[in-house]
Ligand binder design. Structure first.
Ligand code: FES
Length: 78
């Protein structure tokens, strides 16, 4: 179980508990943050789950995959 502190686009914060088998996208979506659309369900084809992670926590995430890096290049908000 992981505690996630999410700040949405309106600067409202949400404390979300992430379950071990959930991806970050799934935890945020299931935690009720409506702004994360996740239209492809995590198939790495839409970038509507794009989030910004505080640099202090980047080493807790797996390295970015080549597919993820290429998809984010297509995002206007990278
Ligand atoms: S839900 Fe993440 S890329 Fe589509």
């Amino acid at each position: 179980m992981t505690l996630l502190k999410i700040t949405d686009r309106s600067n409202e914060t949400h404390d979300i508990v992430g379950e071990p088998d959930f991806s970050l996208m799934e935890a945020i979506r299931e935690g009720g943050v409506d702004e994360i659309l996740a239209l492809c369900g995590g198939c790495c084809s839409c970038a509507t789950c794009h989030v910004f992670v505080d640099e202090a926590f980047l080493d807790r995430l797996p390295p970015m995959s080549e597919d993820e890096d290429e998809l984010l290049d297509s995002s206007a908000y990278r």
